[in-house]
Design a binder for this molecule. Structure first.
Ligand SMILES: Cc1ncc(COP(=O)(O)O)c(C=O)c1O
Length: 377
């Protein structure tokens, strides 16, 4: 039986989510903007899902804008806010997802002054570095992630929000890996914009949301549609939206049981890894997502290890899926102060609700075997 341990890359569709989607895949064709009854059915499904996703993060449904996923949400947040100002300054954390980093850096071509904020060894944005940048006038937007996709490290967003708001800037939070895996309340975090994605929580791919507070002015990336308050035009993917809504509701209902299942599994894995000499756990000691563990086996290349595990039917990642295969070390680990060789050794295990203790034991057995063969060689 293959063992899937790559849930931060994506998750399978929960059968209950599929059930919620089916009526909109096989029912009568309807555009949610049409006024006839079928259009109204589609519209109702979209609005019901908006309530479900809003509840997941403690906002009002009106604040939820559907997008095609986390990548688009991050781009819309950064470029959409930037477009409503004359060029000024924009900051982001050095361990952000490429969809934040590259969207931010693209603004440099439009006369924006863009800076990455340093993180410490655990992957937390360094207060003094953020404050030093905020002290320079004219920062309009800061983008920081709630939980890192590679290490699982969780940041104290409410604390940073205080600093960002004191400087008069908006705070965008990439909560793609956090929402549905840990409690996320947008008001408690103090975020002004927040990115969400469905396929990280057993929903369909290609659907996400950007939550935008009423006071934030946002320009659309695409023109020509009045949907989503004119911020994100285009005929809505009703089935995907209904699926995301269902996945959000299930994540909320099952958050405690999923966490209670995942945490002991991750601890079992971490304890087992520590028995293997030379193993390094990234972000150790920091608060981390219950499902995520990134580590390196001394002397082993991450991608080579990934392929060995793959041959044994175990799916893990050697960093973020987006960076995989390009040979570059993880920018997250480099930002955390690790050297290239160590960073290239990284393996990310991201557990899902259906993994078992047996999966962990089988992974540990194979890793132990590989480590022993390395010593013997
Ligand atoms: C932290 C983070 N932000 C954004 C994204 C992009 O989300 P999507 O795959 O929905 O475009 C990902 C996906 O890996 C992610 O982990």
């Amino acid at each position: 039986m293959p063992i899937y341990l790559d849930h931060n890359a994506t998750t399978h569709l929960d059968p209950r989510v599929l059930e919620a989607m089916l009526p909109y895949l096989s029912g009568p064709a309807a555009n949610a903007s049409s006024l006839h009854r079928y259009g109204r059915i589609a519209r109702d499904a979209i609005e019901a899902a908006r309530v479900q996703v809003a509840q997941l993060v403690g906002v009002t449904p009106r604040e939820v804008i559907w997008t095609s996923g986390g990548t688009e949400s991050n781009n819309l947040a950064i470029k959409g806010v930037a477009d409503s100002f004359a060029p000024a300054r924009l900051l982001y954390g050095a361990t952000e997802h490429p969809a934040v980093m590259e969207a931010a850096e693209s603004l440099a071509a439009h006369a924006w002054n863009v800076e990455a904020i340093a993180v410490d060894r655990r992957g937390h944005v360094v207060d003094s570095a953020l404050q030093a940048q905020l002290a320079k006038a004219d920062v309009k937007l800061v983008s920081l992630m709630r939980a890192n996709n590679e290490t699982g490290v969780i940041q104290d967003i409410a604390h940073y929000a205080g600093l960002v708001h004191a400087a008069g800037a908006w705070l965008h939070v990439d909560a793609v890996q956090a929402a549905g895996k840990m409690p996320v309340d947008m008001s408690e975090l103090g975020a002004d914009l927040m990115s969400l994605s469905s396929h990280k929580i057993y929903g369909p791919k290609g659907i996400g949301a950007l939550v935008v507070r009423a006071e934030v002015e946002l320009r659309p990336l695409m023109h020509g549609g009045a949907q989503e308050r004119g911020v994100r035009g285009g005929t809505e993917n009703v089935a995907a939206i209904a699926g995301f809504g269902c996945a959000a509701e299930l994540a909320m209902q099952e958050l405690e049981t999923r966490t209670a299942h995942l945490l002991p599994l991750r601890e079992r894995l971490e304890a087992g890894l520590r028995e293997i000499p030379g193993t390094l756990v990234f972000g150790a000691g920091a608060e981390r997502l219950a499902n995520t563990l990134q580590f390196a086996l001394a002397g082993y290349d991450g991608e080579a290890l990934l392929m060995q595990l793959d041959r044994r039917g175990m799916a893990v990642s050697s960093g973020s899926a987006c960076a995989a295969g390009n040979g570059a070390p993880s920018h997250v680990l480099i930002a955390m102060g690790y050297d290239t060789v160590t960073a290239k050794g990284a393996i990310r295990v991201s557990l899902g609700k259906d993994n078992t203790a047996d999966d962990i034991d089988r992974l540990l057995a194979v890793l132990g075997e590989i480590a022993r063969s390395l010593v013997a060689a």
